[in-house]
Ligand binder design. Structure first.
Ligand SMILES: *[C@@H]1O[C@H](CO)[C@@H](O)[C@H](O)[C@H]1NC(C)=O
Length: 174
């Protein structure tokens, strides 16, 4: 009986580990609304021939973000959401760098992107989080008014204290 339980646990553990290994965690990328962000995608294992430079960028598995076919940008099937917002770096293709730049970030860009390099069957997953710009509040400066009023209350405090001391003496000694 105990052997069975241990065996079940081992099988569970092994399946769990296999699952973890095959499910590559997406790379977390953060950007600010209105700004730009680089979505990295690099293949470094070997140099790809120009004919092998086929790369498919997708958003939330299906939306066409950007395609590179035999080292040339193809935007015919690009989703309208990404129109005129993507830059790539053609001089980097020969280095296996198919990163793209997404401009004018919107909250609706939140989600998963992937870059699929078909000839080597390699997929890189990214998760983009778009944040609001940080507030640009400057710390409040003390105004002349608040300074003089705080000085006044301090003076009032001293006066009240002296009066109280005087009263104490007057009441106890006279
Ligand atoms: C790929 O190219 C982009 C744009 O020039 C650059 O920002 C990025 O650092 C490059 N990535 C690598 C791994 O070289």
């Amino acid at each position: 009986m105990r052997v069975m339980v241990v065996r079940c646990w081992l099988i569970y553990l092994i399946l769990h580990l296999i699952d973890k290994g095959s499910l590559q965690d997406p790379l977390e990328i953060e950007g600010v609304v209105g700004d730009s962000v680089i979505l990295p995608c690099s293949y470094k294992e070997r140099v790809l021939n120009p004919d092998e430079r086929n790369v498919f960028w997708r958003y939330n598995t299906h939306k066409n973000v950007y395609d590179i076919e035999k080292g040339k940008e193809v935007t015919e099937d690009q989703d309208a959401v990404f129109k005129d917002r993507i830059e790539s770096f053609p001089l980097e293709y020969k280095n296996g760098n198919f990163s793209i730049k997404l401009n004018h970030l919107r909250f609706t860009d939140n989600g998963e992107f992937f870059c699929y390099i078909s000839k080597v069957e390699r997929q890189y997953n990214l998760r983009l989080t778009v944040r609001a710009p940080p507030p640009t509040l400057s710390p409040p400066k003390p105004t002349a008014d608040s300074r003089s009023s705080s000085m006044k209350t301090q003076q009032d405090g001293i006066v009240n204290f002296l009066i109280a001391v005087l009263e104490f003496f007057v009441l106890h000694y006279f």
